[in-house]
Design a protein around this ligand. Sequence first.
Ligand SMILES: Nc1ncnc2c1ncn2[C@@H]1O[C@H](COP(=O)(O)OP(=O)(O)O)[C@@H](O)[C@H]1O
Ligand SMILES: [Mg+2]
Length: 335
Amino acid sequence: MKEPILLGIESSCDETAAAVIRGRKILSDEIASSAQVQAKYGGVVPEIASRLHTDAIDDVVSRALRTANVKKEELDAVAVTYGAGLLGALLVGLSFGKALSYALHIPLIGVNHIRGHLAAAYLEDEELKPPFVTLLASGGHTAILYTRTETEFEVLGGTLDDAAGEAFDKVARILGLPYPGGPHVEALAREGKPCIPMPQMLKGAGGYSFSYSGLKTYVINYVHTMSQRGEVWSRADVAASFQSAALDILVKKVVEAAKEKGADTVTAGGGVIANGYLREKLTEACRENGLRLVLPAKKRCTDNAAMIASEGLIQYRAGNFSPLTLNAAASIPLK
Ligand SMILES: Nc1ncnc2c1ncn2[C@@H]1O[C@H](COP(=O)(O)OP(=O)(O)O)[C@@H](O)[C@H]1O
Ligand SMILES: [Mg+2]
């Protein structure tokens, strides 16, 4: 059977991305990031993001087709993020995808960005099949899910307040590190030791729930108090202590969830999964517990279009296509 060829487009935040897949094989994965421009402002300015997407999208999609050595007439469908994200930014990718779908007479598949993060693991291991348990940790979401079939999943638990990535970004700001904070906190943590006691959030309780707001406030208070008292303190130790408090709990709970569900496979997705410390801890814990771990490559944990194409492929096979009237949505529930 001929494997379908899909184009994926992603423009929900500050990355303009396009990718081509044939079946689960990645033929190209292109990205133009405006993160460096946005870093000047300490975060993403929606209007600037939209304008930069408009400037970049034509070139990024052309590059994706060229690198894949695929003509646009060979595409079987176009999958594009329609939410959640910045409305103006989403509209750029969505409009581009609609135009291609209309002109080429191929189906449009609107993709929920977060489901894209979940589908990244399918690209890493072409044999991956449900059931499995997933650790999702991004800038907007932190949750543990149980995937029963490619199209059916259950949310076992999630954060009660901030997402893990959001906590990294806020701690980065208090430590004077640039946006986006995660990679900078990780780099600084490598120079320190996790020697500062941190609140143990919902460690033995709360099922698969998480709470990052108390941990974040603790770090902010610690930094303020030490600075006001004029005491010597180490930024690197704060970064290392925060990092292990924020991430160890994710590892512990995803392993518990896999055991409870009797799943032998664990997958992961979302920007925080690019964290090297978390990847090591997850690998170790899964090995110790006899679980198979499918970790997407780091560049497919943060926003990218290959994961959007991967989720598009699932919907394509299920025959779930979107009308050309599909609108962008700033927020959509995980389920
Ligand atoms: N190495 C890392 N360590 C920790 N957090 C990271 C790392 N790399 C990226 N992140 C975090 O991931 C988040 C972005 O992930 P992403 O999946 O793009 O989020 P969303 O889709 O929710 O906007 C940011 O909060 C960023 O700080
Ligand atoms: Mg994302």
